[in-house]
Design a binder for this molecule. Structure first.
Ligand code: COS
Length: 386
């Protein structure tokens, strides 16, 4: 399929593909086994100027958009989504600053993120506020020129490794979601520490930790937007970022498909390569069709986002929902095609299948994506009636 990429977009894709082939593939199994954060690869991505793809030029970025970023994420994800999510989560942490930061905040933080000098992370989830993002219990109390943060964030991607954290906390708990606010907190701030690093089923090279705030004082200038818009910051951030999960899914599915085709061509049973059997061909045909459909949707949505439309929640949720379900199915089928070998660590598809599961969960479970899509349909129908 030709998606009519510009010369610049073809270059981004080629660069990310080269890094994935040369730097990620050779070490992905080891990183997974050792649960080791891919710092060397992050440095390579920084040298290649890929961290700033979606950041405006005036803040040190490339001045591109979601689509450019998705192209890079997809290529890295073909090799390993433990690596690609570490890259992509820096964008998730940067979006609140991009969307709600004032010029001073943007100048202070975005160039560091764009150059890859600092990774960013997004602190929304808590033990009792997962799907119910409005249930945040972490508090931020204004005391003179400082906010004092208390509480614990959970399962934060890039936790401990990132320098810049966008954090949602309650400034007015009695107002529920409408009492939430967003802040930037830097690593090293007294009272800000990291809890346990999680041991995970997949994406094991990525870092997932708690963020612990104990009377953590931050300057009041670190408030993003104004008090009370924190829930909106979180929702709009996720709207921007979810097509990136779609791109992770497309890359992962494409990687699994490639492994399956290569294996099926080489593996001989009953005197023939197994790819000559219709049972296998039909599985591969479905995997290829589903992967291409997911890619077409993710690309269309990312391009739509870049046109700066008013309403993006529905399309964004659709791209994440559809592609992550495809990635799960395609990776399960890849393991099936490789049979006993597929189940063994010697081949990459068992890791791909373990990795795929998180795509249906993080940045909003696929049940939440359906809620978002359903709510948009209701709103659209009501709008037509009015
Ligand atoms: N953009 C802008 N505003 C939005 C919005 C969006 N995408 N989604 C909701 N809002 C607004 C609503 O319009 C509403 O505004 P008013 O109070 O003025 O009416 C307000 O925010 C509350 O919205 P809603 O009633 O829909 O909130 P809910 O508490 O029911 O939660 C869901 C909505 C479930 C969609 C939200 O909590 C969510 O996305 N949860 C998943 C969180 C998630 O993805 N977590 C993963 C971890 S982060 S990596």
């Amino acid at each position: 399929m030709d998606y009519f990429l510009t010369d610049e977009q073809q270059e981004i894709r080629a660069l990310a593909r080269q890094i994935a082939e040369e730097k990620v593939k050779p070490v992905r199994a080891e990183l997974d086994e050792k649960e080791e954060f891919p710092w060397e690869i992050m440095k390579t991505l920084a040298q290649a100027d890929l961290f700033g793809l979606y950041i405006p030029e005036e803040y040190g970025g490339f001045g591109g958009g979601s689509f450019d970023n998705c192209l890079a994420i997809e290529e890295l994800s073909k090799a390993c989504i433990g690596v690609s999510v570490s890259f992509a989560a820096s964008g998730l942490g940067a979006y609140p600053i991009l969307l709600y930061g004032n010029d001073e905040q943007k100048k202070k933080y975005l160039p560091r993120i764009a150059s890859g000098q600092s990774l960013a992370a997004f602190g929304l989830t808590e033990a009792n506020a997962g799907s119910d993002a409005g249930g945040t219990a972490t508090t931020a109390v204004l005391d003179g020129n400082e906010y004092i943060l208390n509480g614990t964030k959970q399962w934060i991607t890039n936790g401990g490794e990132a320098e810049i954290y966008s954090v949602i906390a309650m400034t007015n708990p009695s107002r529920g979601g409408r009492g939430a606010s967003a802040f930037v907190v830097e690593k090293g701030t007294p009272g800000f520490s990291f809890g346990k690093k999680e041991k995970k089923m997949g994406i094991r090279s990525s870092a997932t930790t708690e963020l612990v705030f104990e009377n953590c004082r931050i300057p009041k200038e670190n408030l993003l937007g104004r008090e009370g818009v924190g829930f909106m910051v979180a929702m709009r951030t996720l709207d921007k970022s979810r097509p990136g999960i779609g791109a992770q899914a497309v890359g992962l599915a494409a990687g699994a498909l490639e492994e399956s085709v290569n294996y099926a061509r080489e593996r001989r049973q009953f005197g023939s390569p197994i790819i000559s059997f219709q049972a296998v061909q039909h599985m591969l045909a479905d995997m290829a069709t589903q992967t291409e459909a997911a890619r077409a949707l993710v690309y269309a949505v990312a391009r739509y986002l870049d046109s700066d439309p008013k309403e993006i929640s529905k399309a964004s949720a659709m791209s994440k929902l559809f592609s992550s379900d495809v990635a799960m199915k395609v990776t399960v089928d890849a393991v099936q095609i490789l049979g006993g070998y597929g189940y063994m660590r010697e081949y990459p598809v068992e890791k791909m299948m373990r990795d795929a599961k998180i795509l249906q969960i993080y940045e909003g479970t696929n049940q939440i994506q359906r809620n978002v899509i359903g709510a948009a349909l209701i709103k659209e129908a009501a709008g037509k009636k009015a």
